[in-house]
Write a protein that binds this ligand. Sequence first.
Ligand SMILES: Nc1ncnc2c1ncn2[C@@H]1O[C@H](COP(=O)(O)OP(=O)(O)OP(=O)(O)O)[C@@H](O)[C@H]1O
Length: 266
Amino acid sequence: MSVSVASIQATPRVEDDSAVEVRSICKNYGEIEALRLIDLDFPRGKLTTLLGPSGCGKTTLLKIIAGLVEPTSGEVRVNGKIVTGPGPERAFVFQDFALMPWATVMRNVAFGLELKGMGKVERQSIARHYIAEVGLNGFEDKYPHELSGGMRQRVGLARAFAVNAEVLLLDEPFSAVDEQNRRKFQEDLLQLVEKQRKTFIFVTHSIEEAVYVSDRIVLLSRRPSRVAQIIEPKIDRTASPDAIRRDQGYLDTVEEIWQGLKHYVD
Ligand SMILES: Nc1ncnc2c1ncn2[C@@H]1O[C@H](COP(=O)(O)OP(=O)(O)OP(=O)(O)O)[C@@H](O)[C@H]1O
């Protein structure tokens, strides 16, 4: 097993086919300058993580890509088309999963399809498929309060998959689950990335998590946030999870990012 790191200093363009292009994005909230001239490409079918100091603007950037927040200037393109608001090709998985507490797992997962006006039989059949995909077979009739944090997270993800969005935007999806579930879910996520071939953009606070799950890690600086560094951990994912986490290369990548973060925070 080997882990090597390609570290690209402020070179945002990639050769790959990009599902999402972020161009010269600035965002001010009144006096607060959150993002300054962010340029990024998100390769199709890959998982890119946004990592950076607390309050640097990770969620803001994710919401701008989702079309939930308007940038002060600059533009985002998804499949070449300028984003002017939310769209069916993008799904946002919120930190608190944003599940409807009064609705069953089935209804929650099928909700996006219900909004689209799809008939009950068809939407339930699609929802059932994705409920199984995230490992929640048999929990269709449960309510969110009957599930653990990890399971609620899976419902949020199944809902995003059910609408067949190409781009999945995940805002700290594991922050509310315990360490054991978090690790299990990281492994599930890797399998889903492999199987679904969707473009994932992921926000986390955990360097270890970022190195474990990401094809690319975008390190953002302290506010006003800019792209400080792009890191591509080359991990042999055929190794067992425990072997990866013990590998010196993996640990060195974690350390390199930690040093980078310290540098950009100070
Ligand atoms: N709606 C808003 N109105 C005013 N300021 C905001 C708003 N949303 C975010 N901010 C500010 O913009 C900055 C970036 O916030 P954002 O939540 O995007 O950062 P973050 O990197 O995701 O934070 P964290 O790591 O703590 O989750 C912060 O200083 C925050 O207080």
